[in-house]
Design a protein around this ligand. Structure first.
Ligand SMILES: Cc1cc2nc3c(=O)[nH]c(=O)nc-3n(C[C@H](O)[C@H](O)[C@H](O)COP(=O)(O)OP(=O)(O)OC[C@H]3O[C@@H](n4cnc5c(N)ncnc54)[C@H](O)[C@@H]3O)c2cc1C
Length: 337
């Protein structure tokens, strides 16, 4: 294991703010996972594993070791007439992996095209988009359990997947994911019911879409809607869509009839956080080099040199203002350090 000292974190996360870490290392195999944890335990340093940094916000220097996950490889474990199982290294780029599957005609992940990040981070918040969540294609996860100092394989049912959450998010830093096993389908049932996908396919006159057509539609929608992180630092949706009780929904619905919400059970509603933020007047608002994206209020963007603390403070202002107006508490989706 090679460690570098006093390293700027700027190139390693999408907000590209200037915080630093004491030590930095790249993890290219499973022994290095073990070695880096042991080294931190012996030296009494905290350790944080990251993927591509598309969903983290550093608000201060990280006093400890940042370990960037770079375990690669896509291996076919099993294949039948209808499906196959792939074991994929945690460091593989998510979109490259999805494109590879689409190219091969293996379906299940196409709606998750162009989500930034690594394969290893995909189960952490159970990435989702356009009516699909990654948990639907996850068979199991190989990880190092830092509490019991042992390697484990967690089957899907033990991962506590939920809306933008999982066991790995609920018990942060305990499980270091090295490989994810996916089950993919050779005759996939395409998911084109999501409004924007349907519209793009319709506009192009595509009646019987292929896997490629769906993936291309998703790429087109995302490219038009979301800021390019290379031009404007951002972590995608900064906040989760809040879930509220039916009673609270009914009161809000009466006062704000245009509010975007839908029932998720007999007792709860999910509200579009973007709608709340926009209705509280934040869409397009900029303070210094941080702002609320003009095309999508759920996204906080950095326009230039800005500290993670400034981004965090801006998000606090949004949370307070939404609470004042709607008595709904927004929760950050991004992981704050
Ligand atoms: C423009 C943009 C659009 C986005 N759109 C979506 C979207 O549509 N849907 C969606 O769900 N998300 C979206 N995101 C969020 C982000 O892409 C995902 O959360 C992604 O999975 C993060 O991957 P990463 O490798 O960058 O993780 P990082 O940001 O590096 O890490 C995220 C968290 O996971 C932990 N972690 C990372 N790798 C490992 C590992 N191998 N083992 C243990 N812990 C680990 C880190 O410690 C951190 O807590 C978007 C982000 C951006 C910038």
């Amino acid at each position: 294991m090679t460690t570098e000292q006093n390293i700027s974190l700027k190139p390693f996360h999408f907000f590209a703010s200037e915080e630093k870490c004491n030590f930095f290392t790249r993890i290219q195999n499973t022994s290095q996972v073990h070695e880096s944890i042991k080294w931190c335990n012996e030296n009494k340093y905290p350790i944080l594993f990251i993927g591509s940094g598309s969903n983290v916000l550093f608000t201060q220097n990280f006093v400890g070791l940042i370990a960037k996950m770079e375990i690669m490889g896509i291996k076919k474990l099993n294949e039948t007439a209808s499906s196959l199982i792939l074991e994929v290294g945690a460091g593989e780029n998510w979109h490259h992996f999805v494109s590879y599957c689409v190219q091969k005609g293996w379906g299940g992940l196409e709606n998750l095209s162009l989500i930034p990040g690594t394969v290893g981070a995909s189960p952490i918040q159970n990435i989702g988009a356009y009516g699909v969540e990654v948990q639907e294609c996850i068979q199991s996860i190989n990880a190092y359990d830092t509490l019991n100092n042992t390697w484990i394989t967690l089957p899907n049912k033990d991962c506590a997947f939920g809306y933008r959450t999982s066991l790995f998010k609920q018990v942060p830093n305990r499980y270091i994911i090295t490989h994810v096993e996916f089950i993919l389908h050779k005759q996939p049932k395409l998911r084109t019911d999501y409004g924007a996908i349907r519209d793009v396919l319709h506009d192009k006159g595509i009646k019987n879409p292929s896997l490629e057509n769906v993936a291309a539609a998703v790429v087109e929608i995302r490219t038009n809607k979301l800021p390019d992180p290379k031009k404007l630092g951002n972590a995608g949706s900064f906040f989760k869509n809040p879930i509220i009780s039916k009673d609270q929904f009914e009161v809000l619905d009466k006062n704000f009839p245009t509010m975007v919400a839908y029932p998720i059970s007999n007792f709860e509603y999910k509200i579009a956080a973007g709608w709340l933020i926009e209705a509280a007047g934040w869409k397009g608002i900029r303070k210094g080099n941080v702002g609320c994206y003009e095309k999508q209020a759920l996204v906080i963007v950095s326009y230039g040199i800005v500290s993670g603390k400034e981004i965090f403070d801006f998000s606090e202002e949004i949370i307070h203002s939404v609470y004042e107006k709607f008595k709904v508490t927004l929760e950050r989706e991004v992981n704050v350090y």
